[in-house]
Design a protein around this ligand. Structure first.
Ligand code: 13P
Length: 257
């Protein structure tokens, strides 16, 4: 398997940020990321109201931007939802779909997550498809079964060409916001499993970026990103501090050297 896949580090701001602090954060991230350039792609997924701000401050920089969810519908009477095309009006590249917080708090089903991923791809966005098991599922040794089913539900909705254009993020629910990351070995095992499943669907599986998310910090990023099938990270809390986020991006750069 190629070690030359580019690394990708994406911040998921979740429901954080206000105009003034965002301006500082985005400007610092854009300037710090420009120093990394080769081999590391950097993105931030902001709350919808700040998409225009992200575009204004990041356009022309190496950092891409996106959203944390997207509607499964193209348009219509869906109060409160945001269509993929609307985000394209603001230059978005990424849409996170199936984050565990949306699966848990908004009861998103695997089928809905698949429909969102397909809609994002049809519109020209890159969906970052999140999968992950709970602590209970891990303890019952059901990890592969759970994330396999989550990924299958998405792949079922896509053709091979579309499947080759997704990003998958493995985010164990027990590691999100807890300070307790999966070990590099635990994460690598799951990533290898995901890669194998993707290969059953598409010939380009080796090119699909597989991110790890869940308590990634400057201290553990390098070891995680150094694993064969870990192509970068989806970063929550640490993406809100430019110093930490850029240190994580730098760790991705370091393992490429
Ligand atoms: P933390 O990095 O805060 O654990 O969050 C991970 C996450 O949910 C990213 O989508």
């Amino acid at each position: 398997m190629s070690r030359q896949r580019a690394k990708l580090v994406v911040g998921n701001w979740k429901m954080h940020g206000r105009m003034q602090e965002n301006a500082v954060l985005l400007t610092e991230v854009a300037s710090g990321a420009s120093a990394l350039r080769n081999g590391v792609d950097v993105g931030v997924c902001v709350p919808y109201p700040y998409l225009a701000q992200a575009q204004a401050l990041l356009e022309g920089s190496v950092v891409r931007w996106g959203v944390q969810d997207v509607s499964a519908h193209a348009q219509g009477a869906f109060t409160g939802e945001v269509a993929a095309e609307m985000t394209l009006d603001f230059g978005a590249t990424y849409a996170i779909v199936g984050h565990s917080e949306r699966r848990a708090y908004h009861h998103e089903t695997p089928e809905l997550v698949g429909a969102k991923a397909r809609r994002a791809l049809e519109a020209g966005l890159t969906p970052i498809v999140c999968v992950g098991e709970t602590l209970d599922e891990r303890e019952r040794e059901a990890t592969e079964q759970v994330i396999g089913a989550q990924l299958d539900a998405v792949l079922l909705m896509l053709n091979e060409e579309q499947a080759a254009r997704i990003v998958v993020a493995y985010e164990p629910v027990w590691a999100i916001g807890t300070g307790k990351s999966a070990t590099a070995d635990q994460a690598q095992r799951v990533h290898a499993f995901l890669r194998k499943k993707l290969a059953e669907k598409c010939a380009a599986a080796a090119e699909v970026p597989l991110l790890y998310g869940g308590s990634v910090k400057p201290e553990n990023a390098q070891e995680l990103f150094g694993q064969q099938d870990i192509d970068g990270g989806l970063i929550g809390g640490a993406s809100l501090k430019s110093k930490d986020f850029l240190a994580i991006c730098q760790a991705a750069r370091t393992v490429l050297q």
